[in-house]
Write a protein that binds this ligand. Structure first.
Ligand code: FES
Length: 206
């Protein structure tokens, strides 16, 4: 199985791009994404957006630009890109060419993260838990170093009953719950009733 991007292609999925706390109102930042670079910025409306990072005019790096109201302004000739990525104005006031458009990634902000979908339209929404977001306690942090590993390798542990038993010492009360896995087009869910380490009873939905 090729690693992400090894064949020039990346999985179509939601990817976390940065933490919400890292891009305040009126701020922007550069992030590596899909073997390239994007700009994440937050305008006056408080919405974080993810755009391609290079100005269609002469290719300046937009991450050294600034945020004006809800627009992203290029540092070089002050062209400004609106919330759809379209150039809305130029620095000297002439009409911007309609081809001056940044690629705008579908994005969402949830669980303390800014997410971008690799594609024109998201194929599915971010996963929900069984509770309102306000009733969930979550903690978001950057790891001190990058794992040299594709994200799917981590995700693949979740349906791996051997992993649950051998690595986490979970003992199922019944047979391995392969048959209770509920598959959907883009994911799956299943419940386990089991004992965790030291016999602690658990009832989880994964
Ligand atoms: S390079 Fe961005 S406005 Fe000219």
């Amino acid at each position: 199985m090729p690693a992400e991007g090894e064949d020039g292609l990346f999985t179509q999925s939601w990817f976390p791009v940065c933490m919400s706390s890292e891009v305040g109102p009126g701020e922007l930042r550069a992030e590596k994404f899909l073997d390239g670079k994007v700009v994440v910025y937050r305008g006056e409306d408080g919405i974080a957006r993810v755009m391609s990072a290079y100005c269609p005019h002469l290719g300046a790096d937009l991450s050294i630009g600034c945020v004006v109201e809800n627009r992203l302004q290029c540092a070089f000739h002050k062209w400004e890109y609106d919330t759809d990525g379209q150039c809305a104005k130029t620095g000297i006031g002439d009409r911007p060419p309609h081809t001056a458009q940044l690629y705008k990634f579908p994005s969402q902000e949830r669980y303390g993260l800014v997410w971008a979908f690799n594609g024109d339209e998201p194929l599915w929404d971010l996963p929900d838990f069984e509770y309102d977001d306000d009733d969930i306690i979550f903690r978001t942090f950057r790891l001190p170093a990058l794992f040299n590993c594709d994200p799917w390798v981590f995700a693949a542990n979740t349906p791996d009953m051997q992993h649950l038993k051998a690595v986490h010492n979970i003992q199922f009360n019944v047979d391995d719950p392969h048959e209770s896995v509920d598959w959907s087009d883009w994911g799956f869910r299943y419940k386990i009733i089991a004992a965790h380490q030291q016999g602690i009873p658990i009832e989880w939905t994964l």
